[in-house]
Design a protein around this ligand. Structure first.
Ligand SMILES: [Zn+2]
Length: 175
């Protein structure tokens, strides 16, 4: 049995936030984390009790070959593309995050914009060298496929680079 790899803690937690409790819809869970062996394979296990309804919740992720060294918040992973969120979901995360930049709280604005910028970087990681847009296999989730359907042009490299640079500038302005 092979689990989708969580490249870094921040990526695992984002994934957990995007997958709320199936019973009550709450995403609030205090997660404990540990490495477990599942049928001879090591996995990264997140488990906890749902704050909303008390259900026991558990997610298992594969371990990365080389863990991404944390380089500030957020560190979603190394250079390899995500296995947990597809390119469309990453852009969705960037949009959602950037639409919630708090006014009058510079530290929080910096944090939020850093997440949005890092999410766009994650979209770009799906584009193989020499190609100019995210290939078909960069989309597998319902939400991600819908993002591409609505505006496929947003997954072109040149447009993504402009967006990434815009976030970088904004992050620097709030630093
Ligand atoms: Zn629940």
């Amino acid at each position: 049995m092979t689990f989708a790899v969580a490249r870094a803690r921040d990526e695992a937690h984002l994934y957990l936030d995007l997958h709320p409790c199936k019973q009550c819809g709450s995403a609030e869970t205090t997660w404990g984390r540990g490495v477990v062996s599942v049928q001879g394979e090591l996995a990264d296990r997140y488990a906890g009790t749902c704050d909303g309804c008390g259900a026991e919740r558990e997610f298992l992720f594969g371990l990365p070959e080389r863990p991404a060294p944390p380089v500030g918040y957020p560190t979603f992973g190394g250079r390899e593309p995500s296995q947990l969120l597809d390119a469309g979901e990453w852009l969705w995360v960037a949009d959602l995050t950037a639409s919630n930049v708090p006014a009058g709280d510079r530290a929080e604005a910096h944090r939020v914009l850093s997440v949005a910028g890092a999410a766009v970087e994650e979209v770009i990681k799906f584009i193989p060298p020499g190609q100019d847009e995210v290939p078909d296999d960069g989309f597998w989730s319902e939400r991600g496929l819908r993002m591409r359907e609505v505006e496929p042009g947003r997954f072109q490299l040149d447009r993504l680079l402009v967006v990434r640079d815009t976030y970088r500038d904004l992050v620097a302005r709030y630093a």
